[in-house]
Design a protein around this ligand. Sequence first.
Ligand SMILES: Cc1cc2nc3c(=O)[nH]c(=O)nc-3n(C[C@H](O)[C@H](O)[C@H](O)COP(=O)(O)OP(=O)(O)OC[C@H]3O[C@@H](n4cnc5c(N)ncnc54)[C@H](O)[C@@H]3O)c2cc1C
Length: 322
Amino acid sequence: MSEQVERLKTLIIGSGPAGYTAAIYASRADLKPVMYTGMEPGGQLTTTTEVDNFPGYPEGIDGPTMMVQLQQQAERFGTEVRIGMVTAVDFNNEAGGIHKVTVDDNKVIEAESVIISTGATAKYLNIPSEQRLRGGGVSACAVCDGFFYKGQDVAIVGAGDTAAEEASYLANICNKVTMLVRKDHMRASKAMQHRVNSLDNIDVRYNTEVDEVIGEQVVEGLRMVNNQTGEKEDIAITGLFIAIGHKPNTDIFKGQLDMDDTGYIITEGKSTKTNKPGVFASGDVQDKEYRQAVTAAGTGCMAALDAERYLAAVESKEEVSV
Ligand SMILES: Cc1cc2nc3c(=O)[nH]c(=O)nc-3n(C[C@H](O)[C@H](O)[C@H](O)COP(=O)(O)OP(=O)(O)OC[C@H]3O[C@@H](n4cnc5c(N)ncnc54)[C@H](O)[C@@H]3O)c2cc1C
């Protein structure tokens, strides 16, 4: 490890809507934030073409453009955006303590406050036809993209509560929803299963998996395979939704921060405070419930305000509540 050590007031980890909103607020509050973008500058929205539900864009906007605009807005107030991946952290337990963060295994940052906005990664099936058609009809977010398939036939893969909820959401918008469940039963709660089964336009196929997504540029159909009989069946669809879960990007914080059993960072009450004073978490990394750009941005704002209040309290030597 090199000897370079840099001291910062506020470090922001991650460059999605949560990170950039935190950066806008933190830089306007003179917290002099530095942001490390991680491997996916701009975050999850850079993997989607149309964002139609973020307030302020009456005609909608494509995800990558929106994220460039958020970056420009944060830079306008002085945020320094750097390419780099945080590879290790050593958070201080004391209020007013200095947090050590290692970037790209070779640069050490000493930060008075840290805002974590490393997001979550949607899981995909990882078969070639699905990967090729991501953004061309294959999506991991029904609430985000379902509207584009209004009145059309779609399919959804998954068997948990989120899949059941997203299938019900799609059933309200789409003509028909085929739901592929790998096992002979769903994992979803009985109540969610009941909701799915009560909707006439959801066709649940048990013991069924995706064999291939059909289409060159856009999704035109789905080849399903029954994993008991090997029998294949083609259906015509225009959208395929993958609802097999998300993985929060929290591996580097394990052992440092309190997390739930699926690895999401636990924050205190309505705040963005973690169990370490001066370390705050915002966006999808601490929210498995809503997972939207606007909610991530909202908690990014909260994290910057929480950091500002924390630093002010530390500076004035008030007792800091953690
Ligand atoms: C296909 C798709 C379409 C979507 N469409 C919409 C939509 O239309 N409307 C909507 O509201 N929501 C949509 N969403 C959801 C939305 O993208 C997320 O809710 C939102 O991006 C979460 O923001 P975030 O800032 O918490 O994290 P993310 O956007 O997940 O960003 C995380 C950031 O953290 C960085 N990072 C991770 N690990 C590290 C590390 N170790 N060091 C440094 N940086 C790191 C990554 O590089 C990335 O920049 C969609 C999601 C998907 C997958």
